[in-house]
Design a protein around this ligand. Structure first.
Ligand code: PLP
Length: 388
């Protein structure tokens, strides 16, 4: 009798908003024997992972660790630790994930003051500054790379306004970490979270989180402990902190092996080189899309390299194109989210997927799929423009 009921999934090139392609090195690391969560060898690996995350985040923050859970768990950890009932929190919404942050703030009993722009635009720093100065703002939350639109949010002015008001800044780096510079300490960002399944090319399951000393002071001075036991930063630092480590919850050992391998790959490549590779792949894609006759949602100077929203041309069945890409070409891209549903495709070139040969394969498949639904385009010309 066949003992395994596991269905081995087919190999699909993941070029959507995440998860991104996972390298063989990461998959091999995750298949290693499981150690105990307080085993000395595993503790050494924890130290290495924390060091790697600090480098990637551009921070000296002691509290830098992977939360057990996906990017949303990182967002929830930031909010449940830093927001107390009644706190005024300015939330910038320029896509779906800013909206999720508002929801979490309100669930914690915070007063969410929202600054919103249409999807596809960046937040206006003046509007954010005005909202921040409009009351006793405790926290300012915003998304760095909005995966629902493809906007890379400029940060300096907003962070400056928050710091001037004495507010903590919480930055969503789920899609930006590992693909563009983040540099928490230089910017003055107090809290940041990310996910492993985007530019780190590790499967979904961990949320790298970092809190500054200022953020930690805020946590220490809370009137009441956080409503979440699992995500309580003080309790987590008992396991992830220096010195004697105490059990909090059983760490997802194999995921942490995978993250360690993903960090080794990122730091081994060199951060500058990695960011340049993401930028180069995006520029090739943008040139190729233009030759195919497609428009991007976001102006080029605001586009985040790892996620491009492409406007669906009039009369084209967007779902038919995505289905053909998946079924005939073995490529996944994303559809639109929220108000952009049905209006855009989202193409992710993240981590291991941000390579010239991947762009070539995508342009060939996309051109063929568009042709199949009656949209005429010159695939050869697009591929040759993108090849240089
Ligand atoms: N924030 C951003 C910018 C995201 O792109 C995502 C997921 O795509 C999330 C938060 C939520 O992360 P997850 O789906 O891993 O929980």
């Amino acid at each position: 009798m066949n003992e395994s009921v596991f269905h081995d999934p087919s190999s699909v090139l993941l070029l959507g908003p995440g998860p991104s392609p996972v390298s063989d090195a990461v998959r091999a690391a995750m298949a290693a024997p499981v150690l105990g969560h307080l085993d000395p060898e595993f503790v050494q690996l924890m130290d290495r992972v924390q060091g790697g995350l600090r480098t990637l985040y551009g921070t000296e923050n002691r509290f830098t660790l992977p939360i057990s859970g996906t990017g949303s768990a990182g967002m929830e950890a930031a909010v449940v630790n830093l927001v107390e009932p009644g706190d005024r929190v300015v939330v910038g919404i320029h896509g779906v994930f800013g909206g999720r942050m508002r929801d979490l703030v309100e669930r914690q009993g915070g007063e969410a003051v929202v600054v919103e722009v249409p999807f596809g635009e960046p937040l206006d720093p003046d509007a954010m500054a005005e909202a921040i100065a409009g009351g006793d703002t405790k926290v300012v939350g915003l998304v760095h790379a909005e995966t629902s639109t493809g906007v890379l949010q400029p940060l300096a002015e907003i962070v400056g306004a928050a710091r001037a008001a004495g507010a903590l800044v919480v930055l969503d780096c789920v899609t930006s970490l590992g693909g563009v510079p983040v540099e928490l300490d230089r910017l003055g960002v107090d809290a940041a979270y990310s996910g492993t399944q985007k530019c780190l090319s590790v499967p979904p399951g961990l949320a790298p989180l970092s809190f500054s000393e200022r953020a930690f002071e805020r946590i220490r001075s809370r009137a009441k402990p956080s409503t979440s036991w699992y995500l309580d930063a003080g309790l987590l630092s008992g396991y992830w902190g220096e010195g004697q480590r105490a059990y909090h919850h059983t760490a997802p050992i194999s995921m942490i092996y995978g993250l360690a391998a993903g960090l080794d790959a990122a730091l081994g490549e060199g951060l500058e080189e990695r960011f340049a590779r993401h930028a180069d792949a995006a520029q090739r894609l943008h040139r190729g899309l233009e030759v195919l006759g497609l428009e991007c949602l976001v102006p080029v100077e605001l586009r985040t390299p790892m996620l491009t929203s492409v406007c669906v041309p009039d009369g084209v069945d967007e779902l038919a194109v995505r289905k053909r890409l998946r079924q005939l070409h073995g490529i996944e891209i994303g559809g639109g989210l929220g108000s952009l549903a049905g209006r855009v495709w989202r193409i992710g070139l993240m981590g291991h997927g941000a390579r010239p040969e991947v762009v070539q394969r995508l342009l060939a498949a996309l051109g063929e799929s568009l042709g199949s639904v009656g949209f005429r385009c010159d695939v050869g010309a697009a591929m040759s423009t993108a090849s240089v």
